[in-house]
Design a protein around this ligand. Structure first.
Ligand SMILES: [Zn+2]
Ligand SMILES: [Zn+2]
Length: 236
């Protein structure tokens, strides 16, 4: 019901203030067709586990061979380069509510390529620390995850995972610091009698995967047997 009201409201806003591309300002859509055609989709060959680009003859990257992951797999729709990087900047700092829907649609489009053989039965966004969410006014991952879950008709379970402490923004840290920064930052929360069997974590950008790993560990501790992740973009 809430979703229908929101959709009607969005149509009303579009009527009063016709949208323009948040990257190039062309009138018509928040992501114009010219910018859309420049999107760099992520394509194989990828590490079967973490989703990094790999050499043609490999199946798993060296990192995944040496350190086993709590995630079944990580996948992303696009590469984190322009224009997607610009759209994600808008999603995070300016236009979250409006642009989340077309960005989630990009995730929907690439999704059939990445569906695992084990069907997912719950979609969980990476939570922000409550004070940070209050400051920003929204959680960009939650906006993406909600639209994505609605489109692929899977349960949206935002309360299954919480962030228990403040962490530095990962973007300013190196790979080792990123890992330390998020240790113990998440906690799984049992809601209802039945846990999903295969959760899909959703985030806007994946770089080293440290945040996704830590979030997956928290869900596994709660008792979720399988956790995978799907992001809008993958930074290399
Ligand atoms: Zn454009
Ligand atoms: Zn890998």
């Amino acid at each position: 019901m809430f979703y229908q009201v929101e959709q009607a409201f969005q149509q009303f806003v579009d009527f009063i203030l016709p949208p323009k591309c948040v990257n190039c300002s062309r009138a018509g859509d928040l992501i114009c067709s010219a910018c859309y055609t420049k999107i760099a989709w992520l394509n194989p060959p990828l590490c079967q586990q973490c989703g990094r680009s790999i050499e043609e003859k490999q199946t798993t990257c060296p990192e995944c061979l040496t350190s086993p992951s709590p995630l079944k797999q990580i996948r992303a729709a696009t590469q984190f380069i322009e224009p997607i990087s610009q759209f994600i900047h808008q999603l995070k700092y300016y236009n979250g509510f409006a642009i989340a829907r077309p960005l989630a649609q990009i995730m929907v489009e690439a999704w059939p390529k990445w569906q695992t053989e084990k069907m997912i039965d719950g979609i969980v966004p990476i939570p922000l620390y409550p004070a940070r969410e209050k400051e920003r006014g929204y959680n960009q991952s939650a906006l993406l995850a909600r639209h994505f879950a609605q489109s692929i008709q899977q349960p949206y379970l935002p309360h299954l995972l919480t962030r228990t402490r403040y962490t530095q923004p990962q973007a300013r840290l190196n790979a080792h610091e990123r890992q330390n920064n998020v240790v113990g930052a998440f906690k799984g929360v049992m809601k209802g009698a039945k846990l999903p069997q295969h959760v899909l974590l959703v985030d806007d950008v994946c770089t080293t995967g440290a945040t996704l790993h830590e979030a997956a560990r928290a869900l596994r501790r709660l008792g979720v047997p399988h956790v995978s992740a799907y992001c809008l973009a993958r930074a290399t």
